[in-house]
Design a protein. Sequence first.
Length: 281
Amino acid sequence: MPRAAPRVALLSIEGTNCDEELYVALRGVGAAPEIVHLKQFEGRDVPASERRRLSDYQMLLVPGGFSAGDYVRAGAIFAARVRTAIGPELEEFIREGRLVGGICNGFQVLTELGLLPGRPDDRIGRPQAALLTNDSGHFECRPTYVRWDGGAFAPLASLRPGTVLLAPSAHAEGKFVLGGEDGATLGELESNGQVLFRWSDPAGRSAGYPWNPNGSLADIAGITNRRGNVFGLMPHPERSFVRLLAPDWTRTPERAREPGDGYRFFEAILRHLTRAREKAA
């Protein structure tokens, strides 16, 4: 009998707006995603039939958007509500080795929670980094590329270092900087393999603006925690899921329905979740 597909919770509140694209992408690679409002995990203001337990999922993914209008600063309100509603459950989820990810606004949320770059005990705490206003001073929305140089993120372990992926950007606050009394240094992130992706040009070279759309430290486009099971990235792989979404798709229209670079990213995550579940069985 075939095993059930890995369950992925797409965490939402008012203002998240990329959950549907992520749902389609994850369904497209064979996962079993579900869009879950934070109140469903809290069990507040929802009927019993709509309540959910975080422990029933293999992965939690925080989508992009403008959660709570990004008032105060991007992701701050969402993070505060997560901390209050499911903080201990989320810490246990991470300690068990399950995957937690954030894309764009989701990356901002995980950073505000102090889960990225993260502490050795993977506890929620004060932020150790920030995603500041882009150096350009305005919203950047364009095709962008990221380079995988290898690292702690197990789902991409088989991907050749130097591989470049198309992942479009759409953010106003994406400049990654480090800070805080107990925060990691750039050297520690690099030596720990915590740099998930770096911004690059299509050939994989570091090339500054506009290929680095925000001015991030060391061209960092995404990071992980030390264990590699919590990750965040600013660009949107769900927006390069098929070739039709690529900026140059009209040059090869016969390939428009072929998988894109985003498909490769989510497929790698699905394989990792499947292996992890089989190992635990």
